[in-house]
Design a protein around this ligand. Structure first.
Ligand SMILES: *[C@@H]1O[C@H](CO)[C@@H](O)[C@H](O)[C@H]1NC(C)=O
Ligand SMILES: *[C@@H]1O[C@H](CO)[C@@H](O)[C@H](O)[C@H]1NC(C)=O
Length: 349
């Protein structure tokens, strides 16, 4: 009897250790300890992002850079990019390996795609705008072993802030953390005074919505705005540099400006249009059509909120709601312009 108990207990312990190892492996494997932060001047960054409007040339020096915001459907979009694009030279993927090699035609070391599915998290786990714009060029130089001028086409996916927030809360409640994210800003990571942990212990398993909303340092709050903003403009993670109102307003303005300058952004709630706009923007085609994500499925979507909880989520994510409204309008305008263009080009019979 005692033997069975010992075997049972050791199995549980071994499984727990394996799970933890797997988690940290997935994250740490791609961390770059020594990201050089070139002092990117604002003009440098402007140049990096002004590729909107020019045509993507895979055989040239162009790179697609994915900015993946948690719980926006960015993973399935990222997988479409490596698995489903109709290319003369498709990405080379191996079963069981998360990253694929997406190399330019005629090259055996130059990637045309910078995403977690091609380069791993080589600029940090779920790196944001501030991190990517400083890190991607030097990371690619290092990878290719040569300093080079490239054009960077940034893209991202946004999602309705209420569903996104609940989805992140449920994910964290199940034990997920992104604690190996670096949040590099202005050449350093935030100190533990600037960005304290919201929980004691290894994760936040079982957190209630009230507790989740109650932590001022919870990075889920206004995540989309923060990850798209230039954080160097608001004092990075030091909350005493600006008043709360100034910081929020500054981040929102910056996020809007950056969003507009991205080569492309899609919206989870508009899969079909996201696919159309992507294909038209980059002159690429997917082999399979995107499937509209069923917004009513999943524990997060089925969470019924009280009015008080809803108000709490709105308050904690006020900038994300404003950003989403702005994004939706811009997105639908672009889709409409695309359809207008198509109609005009169809010869009259
Ligand atoms: C793409 O870049 C390659 C290499 O620089 C160049 O030869 C080619 O003309 C470019 N294609 C277009 C359509 O600009
Ligand atoms: C934040 O900035 C203020 C004002 O510049 C400074 O006095 C303070 O030490 C900083 N806080 C942290 C935690 O670095």
């Amino acid at each position: 009897m005692a033997n069975y108990y010992v075997i049972g207990l050791s199995t549980v312990i071994i499984l727990t250790i394996l799970c933890m190892l797997y988690d940290s492996f997935d994250m740490d494997m791609y961390r770059c300890a020594d990201i050089k932060q070139p002092s990117a001047t604002s003009t440098g960054i402007t140049r990096l992002l002004t590729s909107r409007g020019s045509t993507f040339n895979m055989t040239g020096n162009d790179v697609l850079v994915c900015l993946h915001i948690q719980k926006t459907g960015g993973s399935s979009f990222g997988r479409h990019l490596v698995h489903d694009l109709d290319l003369k030279k498709p990405c080379q993927c191996k079963k069981g390996v998360k990253t694929c090699q997406c190399l330019r035609p005629g090259s055996d070391r130059e990637p045309w795609l910078f995403s977690e599915f091609s380069m791993g998290w080589s600029c940090g786990l779920h790196a944001d705008w501030t991190e990517l714009t400083h890190c991607v060029p030097s990371m690619l130089d290092k990878y290719e072993g040569e300093k080079k001028k490239r054009r960077y086409f940034y893209l991202t996916i946004l999602r309705d802030p209420l569903s996104r927030y609940l989805s992140e809360w449920r994910h964290v409640q199940r034990g997920a953390t992104w604690k190996t994210s670096m949040h590099m800003c202005d050449g350093r990571v935030p100190s533990s005074e600037e960005l304290p942990s919201c929980y004691l212990g290894i994760d936040w398993t079982g957190v209630t919505l009230k507790e989740f909303l109650g932590c001022r340092y919870n990075l889920a709050n206004n995540r989309q705005t923060r990850m798209l903003a230039d954080l160097t403009a608001v004092g990075c993670y030091n909350l005493s540099q600006l008043s709360d109102a100034e910081r929020r307003a500054g981040m929102l303005e910056s996020a809007k400006r950056n969003l507009k300058r991205l080569a492309f952004f899609g919206i989870l709630e508009y899969q079909k249009e996201t696919q159309q706009l992507f294909e038209a923007t980059f002159g690429l085609k997917f082999q399979k059509d995107f499937v509209q994500f069923d917004a009513t499925k999943g524990t997060a979507a089925q969470t019924i909120l009280t009015e008080e909880q809803k108000a709490g989520v709105h308050k904690a994510n006020a900038e994300d709601f404003l950003l989403y409204d702005y994004a939706k309008k811009l997105f639908l305008d672009r889709v409409a312009a695309l359809n207008q263009n198509r109609k005009r080009r169809t010869p009259l019979t």
